[in-house]
Design a protein around this ligand. Structure first.
Ligand code: ADP
Ligand code: G3P
Length: 504
């Protein structure tokens, strides 16, 4: 065993879309304690989704010491801290006061779509693709920063003078943890920076041409560092504890699932769903709507890349079914309701609430329910809600097979929705590959802990971590291929009907 004697655990913060968790892991990757707290979601206009970054920081200040206390430990017994975060969510703050200068614009927010459409219409799409690897979309952080610079009074002037800082959530938290206005470090990890449309995917530096196109002053940007930092040590919350790693949450899940070899893939089913395929040192240029992205970069090693299919709406459709339509009292009860019927009754739901992300990237799509007849019951709708997640995964995996030339052999899954057996069986059926869930379902936190632990020498190498992965559940395909083909055709037809919706 490596690590410092007396320091027996690594702490991980998983700053997610709906809540923040703090987990402590021991050397075998076993969870020692967990604390969690939700934060508020703000929907000031249709298509806008905001968070209060100060509220999230207060949550972190509270839950991290709680997790250490719950484990019966002192901060001095924590070997290191790792951070995983919701990606693309854009924060701007005042370095003198540590106060935010605007609400954080989250990754689900569509307000930058128009701006991106303008950049594309002006012929800049290829430039962004060539340099950042990304097909321009309002999903990425750079366009959101530009929106803020254009709309928050005085922000552009402040930014040019170094009186405003930009960061994604991990950057904001690291700055606070390392001292805030008293010398906090303004850094971002490379996996998060690769989601901004401002970073050169090969050199891992801010690209001056893209900054010009987005009219972003360099003074506002954090320094890009590898996944394992250096980030410095905490001056508050866990004083003296080294921040050993920071990583976007979907990349963290890839690490937590130990998908370290090219060809290994995972899908995390939370608010949205994110399929990541490890492509090793190769950047795979997508022709089918996927995102080449940095998977992780361990200091002094070659960066590892991934191909990603980002699906905006999966678990949030279940939430909508629960809260807006009041069809079920709790999310897990969707499975009970769906099991009251044999099939979807001819009904399909395309949840294009934020347009459609991968592989179609159509900002002009909106949600539809098709195939309604008087035969359709609530149970059929519940099936259609769950099947929407399966078919969206199918579209992404098909695109991945085409782009990478590596047909998927199996899919490792995690996230809140994987508690749903009906859904996981459906995913195995439509993908026609086995689907596997690990014993430690908190893979995002585990991945953040692994990043931190590798950064500080608590764990020696990636390969050793594979021994910590244990299978808890496996679903294998059982569907009749002809039935699958018919249903796939119906789904594709439904998606086509969701495109190009532009109400007057
Ligand atoms: N049994 C279930 N069946 C289907 N969906 C579920 C189930 N349990 C939770 N969910 C959905 O999973 C999501 C929560 O998963 P989680 O991994 O915590 O998400 P996030 O990290 O995005 O906040 C919610 O959107 C919820 O609707
Ligand atoms: O917080 P999650 O799990 O919903 O993940 C959000 C993604 O990182 C957005 O790209």
């Amino acid at each position: 065993m490596t690590g410092t004697p007396g320091r027996s655990v690594v702490a991980a913060i998983d700053q997610g879309t709906t809540s923040t968790r703090c987990l402590l892991f021991d050397h075998d990757g076993q969870m020692v304690s967990l604390t969690q707290r939700e934060h508020r979601q703000h929907y000031p206009r249709p298509g806008w989704v905001e968070h209060d970054a100060e509220e999230i920081w207060r949550v972190v200040e509270r839950i991290v010491p709680e997790a250490v206390r719950q484990a019966g430990l002192e901060p001095a017994q924590v070997a290191g801290l790792g951070i995983a975060n919701q990606r693309e969510t854009t924060v701007v703050w005042d370095p003198a006061t540590g106060r935010v200068l605007a609400p954080a614009i989250t990754w689900q927010d569509t307000r930058a779509d128009e701006l991106v459409a303008g950049l594309v219409a002006d012929g800049h799409a290829e430039e962004f693709r060539r340099r950042s690897g990304l097909t321009p979309a309002g999903y990425f952080a750079g366009p959101r920063l530009r929106w803020l610079l254009d709309h928050v009074p005085g922000l552009r002037e402040r930014a040019g003078q170094g009186r405003a800082l930009f960061g994604t959530m991990e950057s904001w938290l690291i700055w606070q943890l390392t001292g805030g206005p008293e010398g906090g470090r303004h850094v971002t990890d490379v996996t998060n920076a690769s989601r901004t449309m401002m970073m050169d995917l090969r050199t891992h530096t801010w690209d001056p041409v893209l900054l010009d196109l987005l009219e972003v002053p360099p003074a506002v940007l954090p320094e890009i560092v590898p996944t394992t930092g250096p980030f410095g040590a905490c001056r508050t919350v866990l004083p003296g504890v080294a921040i050993g790693g920071a990583i976007g949450d979907q990349q963290a899940a890839l690490v937590g699932q130990t998908c370290f070899a090219p060809g290994e893939a995972k899908c995390t089913y939370g608010t949205g769903a994110f399929v990541l395929l490890n492509t090793g040192e190769r950047i795979v240029d997508s022709h089918h709507g996927l995102i080449p992205t940095v998977a992780y970069h361990l200091r002094d090693q070659q960066p590892v890349y991934a191909l990603e299919g980002s699906i905006a709406v999966t678990g949030s459709l279940v939430q909508w079914f629960r809260d807006a339509l009041e069809m079920i009292p709790t999310a897990p009860q969707i499975e009970t309701l769906a099991r009251t019927v044999e099939d979807n009754g001819g009904c399909y739901i395309v949840p294009a609430f934020s347009g459609l992300y991968a592989p179609r990237w159509r900002a002009d799509a909106r949600g539809i329910v098709v195939g309604l007849t008087s035969y359709v019951r609530r149970g059929h709708l519940a099936r259609a809600v769950l099947e929407a997640t399966g078919w969206q995964t199918w579209e992404v995996v098909r695109a991945m097979d085409a782009d990478s030339g590596i047909p998927l052999a199996a899919l490792k899954v995690d996230g809140g929705m994987t508690a749903n057996h009906l859904l996981m069986q459906f995913v195995a059926d439509v993908l026609d590959v086995p689907v596997e869930r690990p014993l430690v379902s908190e893979t995002v936190s585990l991945g953040a802990a692994y990043a931190a632990g590798l950064g500080i020498g608590f764990w020696a190498d990636l390969e050793g971590l594979r021994r910590n992965w244990h299978r808890a559940a496996r679903w294998t395909p059982t569907i009749d291929p002809e039935h699958r083909a018919r249903e796939a055709a119906n789904w594709s037809d439904a998606v086509n009907r969701a495109l190009g919706w532009s109400p007057r």
